[in-house]
Design a binder for this molecule. Structure first.
Ligand SMILES: [Zn+2]
Ligand SMILES: [Zn+2]
Length: 216
């Protein structure tokens, strides 16, 4: 079963994955086409083990530090919205603070989370904006999630994602972000540029970890 030849990129589907890094727990592979770095299937946690980890770091709705952290995505999205809009927070987690921040200023936000708000009916509407913070690095098949989200966006609407970016192999080796066993897909600027091209969106990088894809 541990056959690297059988590995396939979860974003672009390419088969030529190159070994990128190995640590105590896992091997990481890089797609030569879209540059996604991912963890092989046999090193991924079960859904139960994954959820147990999420339950253990529940985010606090009243935590000021967390609010400041989310403002990095909240502020630029708000700046792009004209009037009261309807959004979706995809992968909201157990404490949907980002949605609360949007509703505090008058927007409406639907919640979706595989584990904490699994209501598929919210994925049948169109939205003026979608946020997806600290989510995509937990997804084994990013292509599926991105296609789904793109289909829910109205033309001109932003999809704001937050995830730490891969810089290079040397920094990857000492990167704390990869040590979280629930993180299985790692994106670089090049990977997001590939995504923007594939989905025909505009792209903006804000700071180190916020990426806004705007549907044309
Ligand atoms: Zn790829
Ligand atoms: Zn994460």
């Amino acid at each position: 079963m541990q056959n690297p030849q059988a590995l396939q990129c979860g974003l672009c589907g390419a088969g030529q994955l190159e070994h990128y890094h190995q640590d105590k727990f896992r091997d990481y592979w890089q797609c030569q086409r879209c540059k996604l770095v991912s963890v092989a299937k046999w090193h991924r946690l079960s859904p139960q083990a994954e959820k147990a980890i999420y339950d253990s770091h529940e985010n606090d709705l009243h935590d000021l530090g967390y609010r400041r952290f989310l403002s990095r995505v909240f502020d630029p999205v708000c700046a792009r919205l004209d009037g009261m809009k309807r959004g979706l927070d995809f992968g909201c987690g157990p404490g949907p603070l980002l949605a609360k921040m949007f509703t505090e200023v008058g927007h409406t936000v639907a919640l979706y989370d595989l584990y904490y708000a699994n209501d598929a009916s919210v994925l049948e509407h169109e939205y003026d904006f979608i946020t997806c913070t600290e989510v995509i690095e937990h997804v084994a098949q990013p292509e599926q999630v991105l296609s789904q989200l793109m289909a829910l966006l109205k033309p001109g609407a932003p999809l704001a994602m937050m995830t730490k970016l891969v810089i290079d192999k040397t920094r990857f080796a000492s990167w704390h972000y990869k040590n979280d066993q629930t993180h299985i897909s790692f994106f670089s600027r090049e990977t997001f540029e590939y995504i923007a091209e594939q989905f025909n969106t505009d792209i903006e990088f804000i700071g180190n970890d916020v990426i806004i894809l705007t549907k044309r």
